[in-house]
Ligand binder design. Structure first.
Ligand SMILES: O=C(O)c1ccccc1NCC(=O)[C@H](O)[C@H](O)COP(=O)(O)O
Length: 215
């Protein structure tokens, strides 16, 4: 199972996650809300320490392709995680400006309409990440909620998507096995569930990863 450890906030946390077996690290740029935000300079510093083949995801909430391209130039990761919906034509602009950079679109799974939204994005990106935010709120929630969503909807997206799907939202050592069995995703993404008082917790991290490996 591929596991992305998100909300990495220091070089030390990155090292811990890589040594524990993470396939990818999430580095959270400016957001309207959420616990994991760090500055772009720190994102760049952390990303430079991460050995291949571990992927570095820049989480960006910038609303246009132009602003995302600028964000990427400051942070310099090998993957972009787009945490909100973008205007028509944005993926094409990103592909042209940033060849070789992988695009992962976040879908906040709210209702049946989220399935259509996910499958439309799946035609144009490298992977989907199904999360539990709510972009419709006055202050948008775009991740790091610690909440689960309706995994039955996520399972339907996994079954129909032409690209790999990561599951996120409220995952923790105690429920990750059930999540894998119910949704059968390509990968998992976790922030709050492996932290204590905001810090990456080696015991929770180990328990989470170990529970993803059980047969
Ligand atoms: O953590 C944040 O502050 C955040 C804010 C806005 C967008 C994404 C954010 N976190 C990154 C992630 O992708 C989380 O891993 C994902 O939302 C799951 O979070 P959690 O439910 O806490 O495991």
């Amino acid at each position: 199972m591929h596991v992305k450890i998100c909300c990495i906030s220091s070089v030390e946390e990155a090292r811990l996650a890589v040594e524990a077996g993470a396939s990818a690290l999430g580095l959270v740029g400016k957001m309207p809300s959420g616990p994991g935000v760090i500055g772009d300079e720190l994102i760049r510093t952390i990303a430079q320490t991460v050995p291949p083949p571990v992927a570095t995801f820049l989480l960006t909430s910038e609303p246009t392709a132009e602003a995302i391209i600028e964000h990427h130039r400051r942070a310099y990761t090998n993957t972009l995680q787009l945490v909100d919906a973008l205007p028509e034509g944005s993926y094409r602009l990103l592909r042209t400006a940033l060849p070789g950079i992988k695009l992962v679109q976040v879908i906040h799974v709210l209702d049946e309409l989220s399935i259509d939204e996910a499958l439309a994005s799946a035609e144009e990106v490298d992977a989907l990440l199904l999360d539990s935010g709510n972009p419709k709120l006055a202050v948008k929630e775009l991740g790091g909620t610690g909440r689960r969503h309706d995994w039955a909807l996520s399972r339907r997206i996994v079954e129909q998507s032409r690209v790999p799907v990561f599951l996120a939202g409220g995952l923790k050592p105690e429920n990750v096995r059930e999540a894998i069995e119910t949704v059968q995703p390509f990968g998992l993404d976790v922030c709050s569930g492996v932290r204590t008082d905001g810090q990456l917790d080696p015991k929770k991290l180990e328990a989470f990863l170990s529970n993803t490996r059980e047969t």
